[in-house]
Design a protein around this ligand. Structure first.
Ligand code: GLN
Ligand code: ZN
Length: 765
C-alpha cells in the first residue's frame, strides 16, 4: 500500500498520451466505430489516469475532469440546459444531443465556442434565458465517481461551481440586453443539490467546485452571488469536505474576502504560479482550521518545477496555515500542458531534463508533499537541482548578443520616421493601386497532395530539388489564379507552411519541438505549441527565397508574409526564466531582420500577422495597459526600419477589439486586414463613434470559416456599409482570414465575386 501524502491534482488532460481520445471521437463521428468503442477508449484512459495518480501517491485525485468534448458542456448537460433548437425531449442526455450541441448537426449549427480565460482552450458557451427548464439530465459526475471507486480509487468529484457556470454563460437570443444570468441561481442550485446528495450517497468525502471566475474583476453584486450560492448549498454540503478551486491569477482583496467567508467550505485552492499576490493574501489572513490547496506546480507550462524554491514557499505557507492544513497542488488543471514526456523521442536529454509534462508534474506534486512531511526524496531533489542549474548556465539558453540587443530596446519608442498618411502617398506612387484595392490574407487551399509533399520532404522521402519544384509549381498556380481573378495585391499562398508559428519556430534558434506535446484546443482539436527555451535569433533568412520566387512570377505587388512576434509568443510554451516581454522583444528583432531582408530583395508590401495579439490580453484590467504597451512596441520594432515606400500590412483574427482600438492604431501599420464578417456592426460602430483612423483598413467582406459562396451583390452591400463610415481611399477589399482550410471550388467563385463587387463600386464612386 502506497502511503498517501497531502497532495492534489486540479484536473488532468483527457486526450491521452498519444491523442487516443481524439482518434476515437473522430472515428465515432465518421461512423467508423460504435458508441461502445468510444466509451471503451474513454474508460481505459480514465482508469489509467486514476491509477497513475494513485501509484504516484496522490491523496486527492480528481474525477469528472474527463470529458468527451468540454467540461462546461458537461455542466450544461448536467443541468439539462439544452437550447430548444436541438429538439431534446428530456431524460438522460445521450451522445446525439451532446455532440449536436458541441458540433451542430445537419439541420442545426453548434453552440458558440469561446476561449477559456486566457488559455488556448475553448469551451461551449451555455445559452440561458428566463424560461430554461433545468433538470438533472446527466449523471456523469456520479457515474465517474462510482467508476473510480470500483477501481479502488476514492476520488474528489469536480463540478464547475454554480456561480462560475452562470458568469461564463451568455443570455439566449432575444433577451441579450435585458436578462440577468445570475437571476438563474435559485433555479440551478436545486440540481446541484441533487448531484451533491447522490455523490454523498455513493460515498464521496470530498467535493471540488471550480470557481475560476473569482480571479476576474468582479463587482460586489457578482461577489455577493458566491456568498448566496454557498449559503444555500451549506446544509446539503454538510458531511462533505468542500474545496473551492480558483486558478489563472490571484484574487483581488475583495474576492479573497468573499472566498474565505463562504459557508460550508473547508478548503481553498489558490494559484501560486500566476498569482503574484496569492502569498501575501494568505499571509494577511487565513481562517483557522481550513485547508489551503497550494497550487505550486505550474499547470500552464512545460517546465520542470524548481522544487527547492517551491519547498521554501510551501514552508512559509505551512507556518501560516498549519502543518495539517497544507496540501500541495497544481496551479490549475493540467489540461493546459502536454501529457507525458516519456513519448518525446526527438528531444535531447539536456532539454528533456528541464521539462515536466502532466505525468511528470503529478510526480513533482507528490515529491513536494513528501518533503513537507519530512520524507524528502534526496535523489529526486538533487537531480532536479542539477537540471535547474544546467538550464541556468547552458550556452544553448543564453546568447549574450541577443540579450544586449533586446535590453537596448526598452527605453526607446521605435516608430517609422514619417507619419502614415505621407507614407501611404509614397507607397501609392510606387504601387499605383486602384481605389478599393483587393487582396487576400495569405494562405490558399492546402490540398492533400500538397500536405503529402511537405510530409515526404520532412521525412527525407523526396529530395530537396523535387520539393522545391513542387512548391514552385504550387506558387505558380496560385499566382496565375490571382492574376486571372484580377486581384491587385497578390500572395504566394503559403504552400510551404504547415502552421504559421511552427514554420518560423523551426527556423529560429531558441525553439524546440515535440512529437507528442499536444494540448487540447477544443473538442478533438489539439495544438502542439513550440517550446521557446533560449534566446531567440534568426540564423538566416526564412521566407525571402519563396517570396522573391513568387514576385518573379508577376508584375503585380507580391506580399511578403510573416508571423508577428506577439503571435509567435502567445502560441508557444514560453520560457519562465525571464519576463514574457523580453522574449517578445527578442522575437521582434529576429522578425525585423527578416522584414529588412525582404525589403532588400525587392518586396514592397510585407504583411506581419498578429492574429493572436488580442488573445494575449491579461485577465485583469489593471494589467492591460502594460501588456498592450510592450506588445504594440514589439510589433513596431519589426518594421521601424523600412523605407516609406514599403507598405506594412498586419492581420488580426478578431473583430471585437473596440476596447483595444487605440493600441491597434498605435501599431502604426499602413494597412490592417481584420476578421469582421460575422460582426460588421460591432466593428463599424467604433468608427461611427468618431475614432480617427487614417491607415488602410480591410474589414473582411466574407466569412472564410463557412463553405458558403457569397454573391457579388451581398459583398457590394457590405462594402457600401463600410464606405458609409470609412474614407473611400483607405478601404481595402479582402476575405476575413486565410483560405487554407477551404476548397478551390469554394475559393474561386467567392474571390471572383469579391473582385466583381470591388469593380462595381469603383464605377459608382
Ligand atoms: N497569413 C495567414 C493565413 O492566411 C493568417 C492566418 C491567421 O490569421 N490565422 O493563413
Ligand atoms: Zn486570420
Amino acid at each position: 500500500m502506497i502511503q498517501k501524502m497531502a497532495s492534489h491534482i486540479v484536473g488532468y488532460p483527457r486526450m491521452g498520451p498519444k491523442r487516443e481520445l481524439k482518434f476515437a471521437l473522430e472515428s465515432f463521428w465518421d461512423k467508423k466505430s460504435s458508441a461502445e468503442d468510444l466509451q471503451k477508449v474513454a474508460a481505459d484512459l480514465r482508469s489509467s489516469i486514476w491509477k497513475q495518480m494513485s501509484d504516484a501517491g496522490i491523496k486527492y485525485i480528481p474525477s469528472n475532469t474527463f470529458s468527451y468534448y468540454d467540461q462546461v458542456l458537461d455542466a450544461t448537460s448536467m443541468l439539462g440546459a439544452v437550447p430548444p433548437r436541438y429538439g431534446w425531449n428530456g431524460g438522460e442526455i445521450g451522445f446525439d444531443t451532446y455532440f449536436s450541441m458541441a458540433r451542430g448537426n445537419a439541420s442545426v449549427p453548434a453552440m458558440e465556442m469561446t476561449k477559456w480565460f486566457d488559455t488556448n482552450y475553448h469551451f461551449i458557451v451555455p445559452e440561458l434565458g428566463p424560461d430554461v427548464n433545468f433538470s438533472y439530465a446527466s449523471h456523469k459526475a456520479v457515474d465517474e465517481y462510482k467508476e473510480a471507486r470500483a477501481l479502488g480509487v476514492n476520488t474528489v468529484p469536480v463540478l464547475i461551481g454554480p456561480v462560475s457556470y452562470l458568469l461564463l454563460s451568455k443570455p439566449a437570443k432575444g433577451v441579450e440586453k435585458t436578462f440577468s444570468l445570475l437571476s438563474l441561481l435559485p433555479k440551478i442550485l436545486p440540481i446541484y443539490k441533487e448531484v451533491i446528495s447522490e455523490l454523498k450517497a455513493a460515498g464521496a468525502s470530498w467535493i471540488q467546485f471550480d470557481e475560476p471566475t473569482l480571479v476576474l474583476d468582479l463587482d460586489s453584486h457578482k461577489l455577493q452571488a458566491f456568498t448566496a450560492a454557498y449559503d444555500d448549498l451549506e446544509s446539503t454540503l454538510s458531511g462533505l469536505n468542500v474545496l473551492i478551486e480558483t486558478y489563472f491569477a490571484d484574487l483581488t482583496t475583495e474576492a479573497y474576502k468573499t472566498l474565505i467567508g463562504l459557508k460550508g467550505v473547508t478548503a481553498y485552492g489558490l494559484d501560486l504560479v500566476r498569482g503574484a499576490q496569492t502569498l501575501d493574501l494568505v499571509k494577511s489572513n487565513f481562517p483557522k482550521g481550513k485547508y489551503l490547496f497550494a497550487g505550486a506546480v505550474d499547470g500552464r507550462n512545460i517546465w520542470a518545477n524548481d522544487l527547492a524554491a517551491s519547498l521554501s514557499t510551501l514552508k512559509e505557507l505551512e507556518a501560516v496555515v498549519g502543518k495539517e492544513n497544507l496540501v500541495v497542488s497544481t496551479s490549475c488543471s493540467l489540461l493546459h500542458t502536454a501529457v507525458d514526456l516519456v513519448n518525446e523521442t526527438k528531444l535531447d536529454d539536456e532539454i528533456k531534463s528541464w521539462l515536466a509534462f502532466a505525468a511528470q508534474k503529478v510526480v513533482e506534486v507528490n515529491a513536494l508533499a513528501k518533503a513537507l512531511a519530512g520524507q524528502k526524496d534526496e535523489a529526486f531533489f538533487s537531480a532536479n537541482a542539477a537540471a535547474q542549474a544546467s538550464r541556468k548556465s547552458s550556452p544553448r539558453v543564453t546568447n549574450e548578443a541577443v540579450q544586449k540587443a533586446a535590453a537596448a530596446l526598452k527605453g526607446s519608442d521605435h516608430r517609422r520616421a514619417t507619419n502614415v498618411s505621407a507614407r501611404l502617398d509614397a507607397q501609392q506612387k510606387k504601387l499605383n493601386l486602384p481605389i478599393l484595392p483587393t487582396t487576400t490574407i495569405g494562405s490558399f487551399p492546402q490540398t492533400l497532395e500538397l500536405r503529402r509533399v511537405r510530409r515526404e520532404f520532412k521525412a527525407n522521402k523526396i529530395s530537396e530539388d523535387d520539393y522545391i519544384k513542387a512548391i514552385k509549381e504550387e506558387i505558380k498556380k496560385v499566382v496565375d489564379l490571382q492574376e486571372e481573378l484580377d486581384i491587385d495585391v497578390l500572395v504566394h499562398g503559403e504552400p510551404e507552411r504547415n502552421d504559421m508559428v511552427e514554420y518560423f519556430g523551426e527556423q529560429l534558434s531558441g525553439f524546440a519541438f515535440t512529437v507528442n506535446g499536444w494540448v487540447q484546443s477544443y473538442g478533438s482539436r489539439c495544438v502542439k505549441p513550440p517550446i521557446i527555451y533560449g534566446d531567440v535569433s534568426r540564423p538566416k533568412p526564412m521566407t525571402v527565397f519563396w517570396s522573391s520566387t513568387a514576385q518573379s512570377m508577376t508584375a503585380r505587388p507580391m506580399k511578403g508574409m510573416l508571423t508577428g512576434p506577439v503571435t509567435i509568443l502567445n502560441w508557444s510554451f514560453v520560457r519562465n526564466d525571464q519576463p514574457r516581454f523580453e522574449t517578445c522583444y527578442q522575437i521582434a528583432l529576429a522578425i525585423k531582420d527578416e522584414v529588412e531582408d525582404l525589403e532588400k530583395a525587392g518586396i514592397n508590401v510585407i504583411q506581419i500577422d498578429e492574429a493572436a495579439l488580442r488573445e494575449g490580453l491579461p485577465l485583469r484590467k489593471s494589467e492591460h495597459a502594460f501588456y498592450l504597451k510592450w506588445a504594440v512596441h514589439s510589433f513596431r520594432i519589426t518594421n521601424c526600419g523600412v523605407q516609406d515606400t514599403t507598405q506594412i500590412h498586419t492581420h488580426m483574427c478578431y473583430s471585437n477589439f473596440n476596447d483595444i482600438i487605440h493600441s491597434i492604431i498605435d501599431m502604426d501599420a499602413d494597412v490592417i486586414t481584420i476578421e469582421n464578417s460575422r460582426s460588421d456592426e460591432k466593428l463599424l460602430s467604433v468608427f461611427r463613434e468618431g475614432v480617427k483612423y487614417g491607415a488602410g483598413i480591410g474589414p473582411g467582406v466574407y466569412d472564410i470559416h463557412s463553405p458558403r459562396i457569397p454573391s457579388t451583390e451581398e459583398i457590394a452591400d457590405r462594402i457600401n456599409k463600410m464606405l458609409a463610415v470609412l474614407e473611400t481611399n483607405i478601404l481595402w477589399v479582402n476575405p476575413d482570414c486565410g483560405l487554407k482550410t477551404r476548397k478551390y471550388a469554394e475559393v474561386k467563385p467567392a474571390l471572383n465575386n469579391m473582385v466583381a463587387a470591388a469593380k462595381l463600386l469603383r464605377t459608382q464612386l
